[in-house]
Design a binder for this molecule. Sequence first.
Ligand SMILES: [Zn+2]
Length: 270
Amino acid sequence: MPELPEVETTVRGLARYLDGAKIARVALNRPDLRRPFPPGLVQTLTGATVTGLGRRAKYGLIHTDRDQTMVFHLGMSGRWRIEPERAEKHDHLVLETGAGHVLALNDARRFGSVDLIDTAALEQWPPFAALGPEPLGDNLTPRHLHQAFKDRVAPVKPLLLDQRIVAGLGNIYVCEALYRAGIRPDKEAGKISRPALERLVPAIKTVLAESIEAGGSTIRDYAQPNGELGYFAASWRVYGREGEACDCGGTVTRFNQGGRSTFWCAKCQK
Ligand SMILES: [Zn+2]
């Protein structure tokens, strides 16, 4: 499932072909993904110039000179295919630029989505309105987490997965960040010390930045025929490592926390 770093690398890969480009052709090969494509999508995008790309949480943003932004979510199985040699069954939306580059949004399971939103009103769009700060942005600070966790008796891990507190953090990244910060995942959020929060914020940013960098190393493949954006292997220190040795000499264990697997080391996370 594409997480924030995969969406970020996808956006960066798309930007190479789309930023500043004119969209010459838009083809929809079915009426919907998770929900119907927005009415007017083809008409609005055809002939538009892309003025920039971006990301909010796990959504990719393609801004146009028509004051409309195409917002995409990759769902469970979505991926963009760059310059595909041939069309594939699940290429549901295909863009062709004025320079002749072809970009296909492929989504076998169709849990993804495409929306067309007034660029000026993006922040008020309901899926964005309640989101917390971007984890890689300047607004995620120890002070922000201190305010968000204040008097909360809930364990820290599910709170970090709450998109209203931090936008776009997934299970893997929360496990890894708590490990690096030395904080146990079931620690009562309101009781986490200020020094621990001072470790947690850079841990979150570092884990994400390293994953984006790992994805960035695959960007050179994007220009190849059938190049696919958005998926790459990363190595985790605790995630998926149940029973393996931690660097501290302890053992990584797993438990179920709110329906999600939590991986951690009891020896170095307090
Ligand atoms: Zn350890």
